[in-house]
Design a protein. Structure first.
Length: 253
């Protein structure tokens, strides 16, 4: 059996905890982005399924107190259609992953993420209130990208950042979107046996580190302004665009 604690040196576990802390702080502050920071590094030093199952658990379960605090701010009229679109179309993303040339598909993903970043930094704003069909469509794109590569945040983040809402509402939308959209992923991981003993052992370290980081990140957001929030959100989308480039694969292994 792959014993994760015995296989990793104490130095490496401390390093992973540091990466997880940064990821959790960003998640608590911005409402998204933790997976973009944690997953590429974690998947390079452990089984990808172990890294993904661990992150899914801590990001969906440990962040529940964060969810409770933003329930009253969330714009449900746009979040729920986006969630439905993501849950339905994540299977299309998985199908594309299984049938298309992976390298070609990943270049397409990089182009889509880069386009969303360009849209946000251009200053363009979606002036209307998002209709359910538009929100569903954006969620569908997010689901497809998530099914292919787990890079699901940029479409919904760019969509809400480009809207009329203030940053507390944008952050609340993002915080609510990911746990709800991950319900289908939980089912798939359970059916495929990804929640192993190794995941449980890693959670012993991950849960307190991520929980403290979420709390501090949430406190950090309280004292921030809209410009700071949007700058950090744009940087997170840029990170997703860079880390999804196939050219960087040798550096992430």
């Amino acid at each position: 059996m792959f014993d994760i604690l015995a296989s990793f040196s104490p130095q490496l576990l401390v390093f992973l905890a540091a990466i997880l802390f940064v990821a959790g702080y960003i998640r608590g502050f911005a409402g998204f982005g933790a997976g973009m920071i944690f997953m590429p590094i974690a998947a390079s030093v452990m089984l990808p399924s172990t890294a993904a199952a661990t992150f899914l658990f801590i990001d969906s379960i440990v962040s529940l107190p964060l969810v409770r605090r933003v329930l009253h701010l969330c714009d449900w009229s746009t979040v729920l259609p986006a969630v439905f679109g993501s849950v339905l179309f994540v299977h299309a993303g998985a199908w594309l992953l299984a049938t298309m040339d992976v390298l070609t598909l990943r270049w397409i993903i990089s182009a889509v993420v880069a386009a969303t970043l360009a849209l946000v930094v251009s200053g363009w704003r979606y002036q209307k209130h998002p209709t359910p069909p538009v929100s569903f469509g954006v969620g569908a794109v997010s689901g497809i990208l998530g099914g292919v590569s787990q890079v699901s945040a940029p479409p919904v983040a760019a969509f809400w950042l480009s809207g009329r809402n203030e940053t507390p509402v944008i952050r609340a939308n993002l915080i609510m979107f990911f746990p709800l959209a991950s319900i289908g992923t939980f089912v798939a991981y359970i059916l495929n046996g990804f929640f192993t003993v190794e995941v449980v052992r890693l959670l012993v370290m991950a849960i307190p580190v991520y929980g403290i980081a979420l709390f501090l990140g949430s406190k950090g957001f309280t004292g921030s302004n809209q410009r700071t929030y949007r700058w950090i959100a744009n940087m997170l989308i840029a990170i997703a665009a860079i880390t999804s480039l196939p050219l960087l694969d040798p550096l992430l292994r």
